[in-house]
Design a protein around this ligand. Sequence first.
Ligand code: AMP
Ligand code: MG
Length: 316
Amino acid sequence: MAILKITPDTIAEAARHIRAGGLVAAPTETVYGLFADATSAKAVSAVYDLKGRPRSSPLIIHVASIDMARQLAEFDRRSTYLVQRNWPGPLTLVLNAKSGSPVVSQATGGLSTVAIRIPDHPVALALIEAAGRPLAAPSANRYGKLSPTDALHVDTQFGRSLAMVLDGGKTRVGVESTVVDLTGPQGIILRPGGIATEVIEAALGSLGTASDSGAQRSPGMARSHYAPGAKVRLNALEPAGTEVLLAFGPNPPEGFIETRNLSESGDLKEAAANLFEYLHLLDRTDIDAIAVMPIPEKGLGAAINDRLRRAAAPRY
Ligand code: AMP
Ligand code: MG
């Protein structure tokens, strides 16, 4: 894989590759995405194949402007209010698709809804603008594995099976977007992410809960996901075997063979930005498990704990 420095030329080259139906990995503010032309069945199909992702799990469509978003989905007062305040940013809305939308049905899992966002990253935006069309961009990793927050993570996962990654360094937010379903009378958080649930709640008033209907509403929210090679043990306060520690806060316990602290000061934003990088670094073959300290379930802690619970879930 070519790991490319970001210049006007490499962005233009990447956009040409995408317009021709190819796939390109590039940074967003959340994690690295695998960008493909969302108006091409062939390109979208290649995304599912390369990731090994089930075709029933729809992709998030990335656009560069609210005008572009309006060509793909029906906006009401709630969605307009939310995007005016949070786009560009790590907020994905699930909305009813607009008739005549150029997004191919393969990208939305054949649903009549579409998940859509404007990423807050100059490279992702430049790529969408240069390609001149909406781009599907799931995380640039094989299905179920750790998300990439660095160009090297992408290279390690895909190697020669992917032509290029634009190297924008470490991503700023570090966890995926918050996914909010606005197709019903009450907004529902389908996936906690880079914008805190509290922010969405303040904007929308009360929210429905994902637990009643989340699994059906959002195909692809698998229980085991974001998994490193090693086992993951949650709420660890002391070692239980040969373990490494993913710590949080000022006083991590001792006795682990290696420790990475998500945030010594207990800052949940900092912890989210470090989460996948530290899981990548702690993922060793000579350990019983990656032990993880308890992390508060507020702010970005909800997204961190969601990823960690899935990383620790039984695998198939
Ligand atoms: P990612 O794995 O980061 O690409 O996240 C995409 C997630 O967004 C999927 O796993 C789906 O659960 C959700 N999603 C995408 N499109 C839709 C849709 N049309 N309706 C409901 N959920 C969706
Ligand atoms: Mg993913």
